[in-house]
Design a protein around this ligand. Structure first.
Ligand SMILES: [Fe+2]
Length: 200
């Protein structure tokens, strides 16, 4: 699986993921300020953009999704609860989208925002802002909900100890995310076992 990460001036990470057999690519959480870099990397590697994915409505940076859609004519993918009028393909929990010979599995994980989702592709999990390293995304922005965020931290989609986790702040392995989930439990005052720390 082709994988490349990017970091904008605010420290937010974004990703290009592609099937190496078919060159089908998805750009995940693109930042407006990095659009030229995505375009350059797509051209350099001979990729074909099939999807532009925003894991949730971003409050801390401008999405590059619309600019990339104009360049690549690929659909913008977001959860069906997204309020954006620019979404071409609404998805929800349990949906699977083909990406060449790979599959993009969608998990609805509300709490940071109502439209937050995690995306599994190959051996990676793209967490959006639901789980960060050492904590979770904030829940005090519009449509955020701390209780939902706690429940999302308990969701089965995190229970993949062999996968690599790609959050907007860094990329790591499951052990660090387990610590984040534990932190989330503390932060939100919940008593139940939480997230990957309770996985088998
Ligand atoms: Fe966010």
């Amino acid at each position: 699986m082709f994988f490349e990460s990017f970091k904008d001036g605010e420290g937010c990470k974004s990703y290009i993921v592609a099937c190496e057999e078919t060159c089908s690519a998805a750009i995940i959480d693109p930042a407006l300020g990095l659009v030229d870099r995505y375009i350059g990397q797509i051209a350099m590697h001979g990729l074909r953009v099939r999807y532009i994915v925003d894991t949730h409505t971003h409050a801390d940076h401008f999405s590059g999704a619309q600019a990339l859609k104009a360049e690549f004519h690929a659909p913008i993918v977001m959860h069906r609860f997204s309020p954006s009028p620019y979404v071409d393909l609404h998805v929800e929990d349990g949906h699977t989208l083909p990406l060449g010979e790979l599959r993009m599995r969608i998990f609805h994980v509300p709490g940071h925002t109502r439209d937050s989702m995690a995306v599994h592709i190959g051996d990676r999990v793209f967490t959006g802002d639901t789980l960060l390293i050492g904590g979770t995304g904030r829940s005090d922005l519009p449509s955020g909900d701390a209780d939902q965020l706690y429940d999302s931290c308990s969701a089965s989609c995190w229970r993949c100890p062999t996968k690599r986790w790609c959050s907007p702040r860094t990329t790591t392995r499951a052990a660090s995310i387990r610590r984040s989930a534990t932190s989330a439990r503390t932060t939100h005052g919940c008593r139940r076992p939480c997230g990957p720390s309770s996985s088998s």
